[in-house]
Design a protein around this ligand. Structure first.
Ligand code: HPA
Length: 182
């Protein structure tokens, strides 16, 4: 996509809530991430030679994040903010791993997004994203964690999520067209 010329990448995911003030159905603007996958998408034969070291000091673009915040205010969608931690998966975490993620500074935990953002940053693409809390992280709620809960929560929140994304994208498109290299 970067080679086709995209300037910005929107990422979204289903995530478990690690921050105890969050609840299933909450949407979280991703402001930073933790790579707990034990891998980096830029490592591996040939790849690290090809791409420049990405600037990960600001992995999620401040202006694009502001556009999501503005869309959320306009649409009266309560928007959380936080750090997304990516585990490799496909296993869900243990309660101890969720506690560890919280101590490391995570607000949400999932199995995606981080490799995409690292790669996009290496190609100079500006990133922004929203996580949907589909469940409490393991050990937080007495209810057992299930993939069915993940699907049910995404179904429940789909319309709100779609309108937030559409509102944000309209603002992002305006921003990019205003900017000299947009
Ligand atoms: N952990 C990891 N990935 C997830 C979760 C979770 O609790 N919920 C949805 N994707």
């Amino acid at each position: 996509m970067a080679r086709l010329g995209i300037k910005a990448l929107f990422v979204s995911n289903a995530a478990g809530a690690v921050n105890r003030t969050f609840a299933p159905g909450d949407l979280m603007l991703i402001v930073d991430h933790l790579n707990l996958m034990g891998r980096d998408p830029l490592s591996g034969e040939g790849l690290d030679e090809e791409l420049p070291r990405p600037d990960l000091e600001r992995p999620y673009d401040a202006g694009l994040c502001d556009d999501v915040r503005a869309a959320a205010i306009e649409q009266r969608v309560e928007l959380r903010e936080g750090v997304y931690a990516a585990n490799l998966g496909p296993s869900f975490e243990t309660p101890a791993e969720v506690r560890m993620a919280a101590r490391l500074g995570a607000d949400a935990v999932g199995m995606s997004t981080v490799p995409e953002v690292i790669t996009a940053r290496a190609m100079g693409v500006r990133c922004f994203g929203v996580s949907c809390m589909t469940n409490y992280g393991a050990g937080i709620s007495p209810m057992p964690l299930s993939h069915i809960e993940v699907i049910e929560t995404t179904d429940r929140i789909a319309e709100t999520f779609q309108s937030l994304v559409l509102g944000a994208l309209a603002r992002v498109a305006q921003r990019l067209s205003r900017e000299p290299n947009g």
